[in-house]
Design a binder for this molecule. Structure first.
Ligand code: HGY
Ligand code: MN
Ligand code: MN
Length: 424
């Protein structure tokens, strides 16, 4: 797949397009970050929402201005095409355009903006590629509006369940199908978004952790994406009067859930890195100050790079919750919302990324991604590879998300060279 040769793009050209001072990388990231800006900081661009639509229109204008042929597929993935001179499978770069609540400036956006900047730089310096190059703004990855995620990449690999659009609802009871129709998309056509003509997908992304920063490395080629499971835990006790119910007669679902959450954190710490456990969402019913909570629903996100260890962590979590529920006279129900196995990145793409980094003067380290990414889904249909740049303080999924401009520029340069090796 890799074309030998392919003379390196001149640094001058690249510098003009990518580094600070008027190039497009930073100003475009700033412009995109303003879309969906939230009071209290960060941006929120939930799937099929107003900010999501505005961001897609903005990126589509940039794509057109860069001379790419644009199209939207049936679920709203935005594709910018640079046609190649030869027939055959396509090289794709990009990332997701949606964000978490109070999301940062770079998660997803960097991959889209750097992919577009890189493609434009290559087009200006090298003209048409041999193989067609697509830049994609994937419509949804985070699961921040609907209780499902990877909507865009699952559509591309054809793995969206036939009932999902009509049965999955957001907190306001709006189905994905209704939300699609509000955006002029037809849920009946979801299947048409599937593609089998992609040879390789390459994504530039922030690490969202602190490994690169603490080991003082400017770049990593991702070796694999850790596996994870999302559980929904329902604890049912008994709602009672807060004033008249003695403590020893209570079946308080919220206290029970809090003991479980504490225990989950303790066993995960005991197992040690890279095991991680997160309770990101909790709801107590009837959620009233003077009523002992009768029911609590909370989510658990469990991850580990080793599948066996991840399953063991899940088993420990389940048995701890069962024991605590029994001790407190509570009922317990554990639902699996989603389970994702660890996914290795493709050796050929890793080799091209490593070579491109070397040619840009950097020896890229290798890293397992604790965060999930579209590449773990697209791997079902094509070769995938990812490049990480450091996150300052390891922070992400928050307004503090930041990467030094020099690291952003280096990442974009390596992406340019990678695409040049793959497509020219
Ligand atoms: O949850 C994740 O790891 C990704 O950021 N969606
Ligand atoms: Mn994210
Ligand atoms: Mn992301």
């Amino acid at each position: 797949m890799v074309h030998r040769g392919g003379d390196n793009l001149s640094n001058r050209t690249l510098r003009m397009r990518i580094d600070g001072g008027g190039a497009l990388l930073e100003p475009w990231l700033d412009e995109l970050y303003k879309i969906g800006a939230e009071p209290g900081g960060g941006a929120y661009r939930p799937l099929y929402g107003t900010a999501w639509a505005e961001a897609g229109d903005c990126v589509e204008r940039w794509m057109k201005k860069a001379g790419l042929e644009t199209r939207r597929d049936a679920v709203g993935n935005l594709w910018g095409r640079l046609d190649g001179t030869e027939k055959g499978k396509v090289i794709v770069t990009g990332s997701h355009i949606d964000t978490v609540r109070h999301g940062g400036r770079l998660d997803g956006a960097l991959g889209i903006v750097a992919g577009l900047t890189a493609t434009e730089a290559l087009m200006k310096a090298r003209g048409k590629p041999k193989r067609s190059l697509d830049v994609v703004a994937i419509c949804e990855e985070e699961g921040s509006r609907f209780p499902t995620n990877f909507w865009g990449s699952r559509a591309i690999v054809g793995s969206i369940g036939k009932d999902e659009a009509d049965t999955i609802v957001d907190p306001n009871g709006v189905t994905i199908a209704q939300a699609m129709r509000e955006r002029g998309l037809d849920p009946a056509k979801i299947g048409s978004a599937a593609r089998d003509d992609i040879d390789a997908f390459v994504e530039l992304h922030i690490e969202q952790g602190a490994v690169l920063e603490t080991t003082r490395q400017p770049l990593a080629v991702v070796s694999a994406i850790a596996g994870g499971v999302h559980l929904e835990i329902v604890v049912t006790g008994r709602a009672d009067h807060a004033g008249t119910t003695p403590m020893d007669l209570r079946h308080d679902a919220l206290v029970g859930a809090s003991v479980m959450i504490q225990a989950i954190e303790s066993i995960t710490r005991a197992i040690g890195a890279p095991a991680v456990a997160t309770v990101g969402r909790i709801r107590a019913e009837p959620d009233q100050i003077n009523v002992v909570p009768g029911r609590v629903v909370f989510t658990v996100d469990l991850r580990h790079s080793d599948p066996g260890a991840r399953r063991a962590l899940e088993e420990r979590t389940r048995s701890l919750c069962r024991t605590i529920a029994a001790e407190r006279g509570l009922e317990l129900e554990v639902r699996v919302l989603q389970e994702r196995p660890p996914v290795p990145m493709h050796a050929e793409v890793r080799a091209v990324l490593t070579r491109a980094a070397q040619e840009c003067g950097v020896r890229a380290t290798e890293l397992v991604s604790g965060a999930g990414h579209d590449a773990q889904i697209l791997a079902a249909r094509c070769k995938v590879g990812m490049l990480f740049v450091p996150s300052v303080g390891g922070r992400s999924h928050c307004p503090e998300e930041h990467t030094d401009p020099g690291h952003l520029e280096l990442g974009a340069r390596v992406l340019v060279r990678t695409l040049e090796l793959l497509a020219y």
